[in-house]
Design a protein around this ligand. Structure first.
Ligand code: SAH
Ligand code: TMP
Ligand code: ZN
Length: 405
């Protein structure tokens, strides 16, 4: 029995993935003995309809001055955020120079740099110092803190209220969400807009993309659950836009209640969520059964490949891969190494299973027979990039189902 982080009612987990390390905790061999583990479990609160983690490691264990995820490593994401910046500037910022934009979790400045380049007053709040420094290099002003109500007050005192608040793939990371929402409520100007996006629960259920479930993601939002959260603050969703990124995300446009028109798409999507059963516990019991089946099929494929004496390597040491590797029991005997383009991951080992992470050049210089695609959410980008490999090698995929192509 656990208390819901949103509505404080009790809920039970619907799945346990067993003991898990920190998803982005890539480590050198000297640190294997000190590795931290916790039980990764997810549950559904029937009262406010929020899917959430049961336990989450302390925030400083995940977000620190050596955070391994740099947003700008993906060209697709860079393009996605450029378009968001361009559209938002046109639609929501007045044609004067008094605009003020705040981004929560700006990482290396992938989104906010476009506002900075346009000469707009802005501040990015980013607790992981190494990525915040990268944002500074990109011309973005940052403060290296965890956003909450107190930080919001400090921003208001120093810079005033915000016309626009942005938050991509970060609201779902923050268990003290009530303090964050209280801060946003105070910080947002009366006619201001708060835009955030996160992986969408509807996609996770539809695609059985259980690898979205890892330590950093404490919430798996739907329109219904976000609405229930916003009600505490007299805020409301005025529009939504489904996004392809991160395997299916939802962008929520939020304003103070009654200040802007609500689009029909919000009402339609709430109905759709009811139809597909996102508000029913049974849906999550069924999801667990599909996850277990996916795990068994993936392990079988890897064992078969190995028995045939063929080589298989992992493609991209994503945060999501930590759940798959450790839950399915993938080890060094089944997967030779994982290649990744992020310099700070290379030469280290994956969390938990301790599979070596090697530079992308290893893959290019000696193609394997099979590549297990952990960055399946970047499929289009990678498929295009790997046209030479595609002629001779095969891909193992596990979302939306386990298959070889
Ligand atoms: N917005 C980027 C980064 C997402 S990763 C993108 O979409 O690619 C999540 C980021 O949120 C990390 O950089 C992490 O350091 C940051 N973060 C975690 N907790 C936070 C908090 N309370 N306030 C602000 N940022 C936070
Ligand atoms: P993400 O799935 O959380 O965005 O993580 C992306 C990770 O995948 C990051 O470590 C970089 C890596 N990656 C590659 O190694 N090659 C690629 O072509 C892409 C798109 C990502
Ligand atoms: Zn609840």
């Amino acid at each position: 029995m656990k208390k819901c982080l949103i509505c404080k009612n009790n809920f039970e987990p619907f799945i346990s993935f067993g003991m898990m390390p920190i998803a982005n905790g890539f480590l050198p061999s000297e640190k294997f003995d000190e590795e931290y583990f916790f039980e990764l479990q997810a549950g559904f609160c029937s009262s406010c309809k929020t899917v959430q983690l049961v336990n989450q490691p302390k925030r400083e264990m995940m977000f620190h001055d050596n955070y391994a995820f740099f947003s700008s490593t993906s060209k697709g994401m860079a393009n996605h955020f450029r378009l968001l910046a361009e559209n938002t500037m046109k639609k929501y910022l007045a044609q004067n120079d008094n605009n003020f934009v705040v981004e929560i979790g700006c990482n290396d400045g992938i989104l906010l740099k476009h506002f900075a380049k346009a000469g707009i007053n802005h501040i990015g709040v980013e607790p992981s110092l190494n990525v915040a420094l990268e944002a500074n290099k990109n011309g973005v002003n940052t403060i290296s803190e965890f956003f909450d109500e107190n930080v919001a007050k400090k921003i208001i005192d120093k810079y005033g209220n915000a016309d626009l608040i942005l938050a991509a793939n970060v609201m779902c990371h923050i268990p003290y969400i009530h303090s964050v929402m209280a801060g946003i409520k105070k910080l947002l100007k009366p006619k201001g807009v708060f835009i955030f996006e996160d992986p969408y629960l509807g996609d996770i259920v539809e695609k059985t993309s259980y690898d979205q479930i890892y330590d950093e993601h404490v919430f798996y939002f739907s329109i219904t659950s976000v609405n229930n959260l916003l009600k505490y603050y007299d805020l409301e969703i005025i529009d939504i836009f489904h996004q392809k990124v991160h395997g299916g995300s939802m962008r929520y446009l939020v304003s103070h209640k009654g200040k802007r028109n609500i689009s029909d798409s919000v009402i339609k999507q709430i109905r759709k969520e009811e139809e597909i059963g996102l508000n029913l516990l049974q849906t999550y019991d069924n999801l667990r059964k599909r996850i277990e089946k996916s795990r068994d099929q993936l392990i079988k494929i890897l064992k078969d490949i190995n028995e045939k004496g063929k080589r298989v390597v992992g493609y991209a040491a994503t945060s999501k891969s930590t759940t798959v590797i450790n839950y399915c029991g993938i080890n060094k005997n089944l997967l030779e190494y994982i290649c990744d383009t992020t310099p700070i991951k290379q030469g280290l080992f994956t969390p938990g299973a301790h599979i070596p992470v090697k530079p992308y050049s290893e893959f290019l210089n000696n193609y394997p027979d099979y590549a297990l695609l952990f960055a399946w959410n970047h499929f289009d980008e990678i498929w295009t990039k790997e046209h030479n490999y595609n002629k001779i090698g095969k891909w193992v995929l596990y979302v939306p189902e386990v298959k070889i192509i």
